[in-house]
Design a protein around this ligand. Structure first.
Ligand code: ATP
Ligand code: MG
Length: 254
C-alpha cells in the first residue's frame, strides 16, 4: 500500500487549474523528487496535501485514510510535516527557540495546566527541550543553538527550517526547495542531511530546481507541467525524457 496516494486531485484558482486531475503515489521510505517549471503546481500540491487549501475535487489518502477534508494541524498530527519555499523562521528568536516552538505546535498540554505549571507540564517541557536538542545535534546545528536565526547564513537558515519541520515528528516530510540559494558546499551538506533523515525512516518528497541535487538524491521523480503529471521514473529516465526536456526549454526562468 502506498504511504501517500493522490487521486484525481484538482485545484482551480479562478479559471486556472494549478493542479489538474493528478494521480500519484509515494511509497514508504523513498525519496521522491517533484520537479517542473515555475508555476507547474508543485507548491500548490504541497498546500493541498498538508491541508492549507481544500481541493476543488479529488482526494489525498495517507496510510489508506482520506485526509483531504482535515485541517492543517490535524494533518500534521497524522504525520505529514513540511518545510516552506519561503522562510517561516522567527528571525529574532534563537535556533533552539525556533525548534522548541515547532514542538509546541503538537504540544498536548492544555492551557490551564500550563498556567498552573503542573509537574507533568514541567516533565513534558524537559522532554521537549531534550528532543529539540536531539534534532539540532542530528542536523549539525547544536553548537549554534543560542545564535539568533537572523544571524545564520542562508544555507543554515534553510537547514533550521527542516529542523522545525522535524519537530512535528513526521512520517513523511515535504520539502519545498530546500537547497535553493545555497552555495555548492551548503547544497552538498543539505543533501547528506536529507539522506540521513530518510535513513532514519522518514519518507521524503522534495521539490527542487537544482537538477544536480535532485538527480543525485532522488530514488524516483515525478514531473509536473501546467498542473499535470507529464512523466514519472528513475532520475536517468527523466533526464532523457523528451517531453520533460521540452517542458523546461519551452519556458524561461528555470
Ligand atoms: N493562492 C493562489 N491564488 C491564485 N493562484 C495561485 C495561488 N497559488 C498558486 N497560484 C497559481 O497556481 C499556479 C501554480 O503555482 P505553484 O506555486 O504551485 O507553482 P510551483 O510549481 O510551486 O512554482 P515555483 O517553481 O515557481 O515555486 C501558478 O500559476 C500560480 O500563479
Ligand atoms: Mg513553488
Amino acid at each position: 500500500m502506498a504511504l501517500l496516494r493522490i487521486e484525481s486531485l484538482t485545484k482551480n484558482f479562478g479559471g486556472l487549474a494549478a493542479v489538474n486531475d493528478l494521480h500519484m503515489e509515494v511509497s514508504e521510505s523513498e525519496i521522491l523528487g517533484l520537479i517542473g517549471p515555475n508555476g507547474a503546481g508543485k507548491t500548490t500540491l504541497f498546500n493541498l496535501v498538508s491541508g492549507f487549501f481544500p481541493p476543488t475535487s479529488g482526494e489525498v489518502r495517507f496510510e489508506g485514510e482520506v485526509i483531504s477534508d482535515l485541517k492543517p494541524h490535524e494533518i500534521a498530527k497524522r504525520g505529514i510535516g513540511r518545510s516552506f519555499q519561503q522562510s517561516v523562521l522567527f528571525m529574532e528568536a534563537t535556533v533552539f527557540e525556533n525548534v522548541f516552538t515547532g514542538f509546541h505546535m503538537n504540544y498536548r498540554t492544555g492551557l490551564l495546566k500550563q498556567f498552573l505549571h503542573a509537574p507533568s507540564v514541567r516533565k513534558e517541557e524537559r522532554e521537549i527541550k531534550h528532543s529539540a536538542m536531539e534534532i539540532l545535534e542530528f542536523m549539525g546545528l547544536a553548537s549554534l543553538k543560542d545564535e539568533l536565526a537572523k544571524n545564520l547564513p542562508h544555507g543554515l537558515q534553510r537547514v533550521l527550517g527542516i529542523c522545525v519541520a522535524l519537530a512535528s515528528d513526521p512520517t513523511i516530510l515535504l520539502l519545498d526547495e530546500p537547497v535553493t540559494g545555497m552555495n555548492p558546499e551548503e547544497t552538498e551538506n543539505a543533501i547528506k542531511l536529507v539522506r540521513q533523515i530518510r535513513d532514519n525512516g522518514i519518507t521524503i518528497v522534495i521539490v527542487e530546481h537544482d537538477m544536480n541535487a535532485v538527480m543525485t538524491l532522488c530514488d524516483r521523480i515525478v514531473v509536473l507541467n501546467y498542473g499535470k503529471k507529464i512523466a514519472e521514473g528513475l532520475p536517468e529516465e527523466i533526464k532523457e525524457n523528451p517531453e520533460v526536456i521540452e517542458a523546461y526549454l519551452g519556458r524561461e526562468g528555470v
